[in-house]
Design a protein. Structure first.
Length: 540
């Protein structure tokens, strides 16, 4: 038995470690994602919440109508100063960079108030109004909550955050914007730093549980499985010894149950190997006996060719290929006397030893009757009655037979067909053709049966081919039958071949047709060529 090629496999311990690493990595990633999401929300609350509150407070405090007045005439008064002080107070309390109020237009914005002391008097100051800053400001101006903040990344990884809130007139229409500007840290840097710290904490806090889990797993799972693997290798490596191998596992769980099942399997395997050894020895003994039976059966059939080397008036050749070690087909030919040749071909129902035994009995009985001078029909009648007397096998066995006795000096003969295949005849100046006629029933079916007998005559150059159903019913892998049409095609492809060559040609034709398909039936053939005097009628 060929060994299964070994593939490169990972150790179970390595898989366990990789699994733990994967689980740890998953936990770290999951924690980091959750913390990042939470941190972003907290960042928004802590960095933007105060600024939005102060900005909204300022927009509610400032009078919209007065704001428009300052924008249009550019003159400050006491209220303007109060607002300026209020904005400065809010800026200081909220730790903002600055707060300012402006009126937006298409291309520029006009400042009304500003806490930027470096800018001096900012009332009426104008500056460009464009880009993302304009987009965010105008979004807030028209009430879009998604556009109430503007972020500007600075060169020192700081964020300049500007929050907007609209100032409305008495009718509720926006007329100006309050902006609160403050310095914020880069959220990306904060998240990275926080995640690195989280990763370190998770790793440190997970090392001890992982080590404990690994040791427990190694002791309770990995090592027992390793012992099971070692025990299995010992069994496979020394099957012939029938040695019992015990993994000795006591984990108190399913692995111990598996170990117990393994030991029981080992016991049953040893018993099976012992029985298999006995069965193999018995099979070898039966095989030897079958080979001996095959040799005995073959010895009962004429196998020396040329069969009658001293006769020049005819030539004959036959073969039998059993489907199993022994078969139920048989052929026979012999000289009844110097001028009469008997030819027999038969097929016993079934296959194997029973068919071969019935075949040998049938062959001996037929030969004895023909040797005693009985005609073909008389021989079949007597053998039929003899076989029925002793044929108590269920189902009852029977045999199909074609036999003929030919007078060699004249070419005249008598033939009888008991349920067998139609013979094939070739006249000297013609082609091989089936000779079809009504058959008698097979032998050993009906008691006291009368068998038909037919006269025939052969002329010099005529040829005869008889066969069993294993020829016509040979089947290929597509379950197609070889059939008599293909048989005739093969025979007529070499019409003047010798009897031996005829059988070789038919065998080659069957093998080419069948291919690798299994042989289901015995294949038996007999070919006869007559070289005697001319004259006679068709065989029947």
């Amino acid at each position: 038995m060929s060994k299964i090629p070994k593939k490169k496999r990972k150790k179970l311990t390595a898989k366990a470690i990789l699994g733990l690493i994967f689980v740890l990595a998953f936990i770290v990633v999951f924690v980091c994602i959750g913390i990042t999401w939470r941190y972003i929300n907290d960042f928004d609350d802590s960095h933007y919440g105060t600024a939005f509150t102060l900005t909204h407070t300022a927009s509610e405090y400032i009078d919209g109508e007065k704001t428009i007045g300052y924008y249009e005439n550019g003159e400050a008064d006491d209220y303007y100063g109060q607002v300026q002080e209020f904005l400065e107070l809010l800026r200081s309390e909220g730790d903002l960079n600055r707060m300012y109020v402006f009126v937006p237009s298409e291309d520029e914005l006009v400042t009304v108030w500003s806490t930027d002391s470096a800018a001096g008097n900012t009332l009426g100051a104008r500056q460009a109004f464009e880009g993302e800053y304009k987009k965010s400001a105008m979004g807030s101006f028209f009430g879009d909550p998604e556009q109430n903040v503007y972020l500007s990344e600075q060169s020192d990884n700081k964020l300049l955050v500007t929050a907007f809130s609209p100032i409305r007139d008495r009718s509720g229409n926006p007329i100006a914007l309050v902006a609160s500007e403050f310095q914020g840290e880069s959220i990306l840097i904060k998240i990275t730093e926080f995640n690195l710290a989280t990763l370190g904490i998770v790793l440190i806090s997970s090392i001890i549980p992982i080590i404990i889990f690994y040791k427990k797993t190694k002791k309770g799972v990995l090592m027992p499985i390793k012992r099971l693997n070692t025990a299995a290798k010992q069994i496979v490596g020394d099957l012939e010894s029938e040695k019992l191998v015990s993994p000795d596992i006591h984990t108190g769980d399913e692995i111990e149950e598996l170990s117990d099942s393994f030991e029981q399997m080992n016991v049953e395997l040893c018993d099976y190997i012992g029985q298999l050894r006995l069965a193999t020895a018995e099979k070898e003994r039966i095989g030897a006996e079958l080979n001996m039976a095959k040799d005995i059966q073959a010895a009962q059939l004429p196998s020396t060719f040329p069969a009658f080397s001293d006769r020049k008036d005819f030539d004959i050749y036959a073969s039998m290929t059993p489907a199993k070690e022994v078969g139920g087909d048989f052929y026979d030919f012999f000289l009844v006397d110097d001028d009469h040749l008997a030819m027999v071909i038969a097929d016993v129902s079934g296959k194997g030893i029973p068919a071969s035994l019935f075949m040998m009995i049938s062959k001996i009985l037929l030969k004895n009757r023909l040797k005693a001078g009985d005609s073909p029909s008389a021989a079949l009648e007597k053998v039929n009655n003899q076989l029925i007397e002793t044929n108590n096998i269920k189902p009852k066995q029977f045999v199909t037979v074609w036999l003929a006795v030919l007078e060699l000096s004249t070419g005249k003969g008598k033939a009888a067909n008991a349920g067998h295949e139609h013979p094939v005849l070739k006249r000297a100046d013609g082609a091989y053709e089936l000779v079809e006629y009504r058959h008698s029933p097979p032998v050993s079916l009906v008691r006291k049966l009368r068998f038909r007998e037919h006269d025939f005559e052969m002329r010099a150059g005529d040829r005869l081919f008889v066969y069993t159903d294993g020829v016509a019913e040979a089947m290929n892998s597509e379950r197609e039958l070889f059939g008599t049409d293909r048989l005739l095609t093969v025979l007529n492809s070499h019409q003047n071949a010798s009897p031996r060559q005829v059988l070789e040609n038919v065998t080659e034709g069957i093998n080419a047709f069948v291919g690798d398909a299994e042989q289901f039936d015995d294949i038996t053939m007999l070919s006869f060529a007559y070289y005697g005097s001319d004259g006679g009628t068709d065989i029947s």
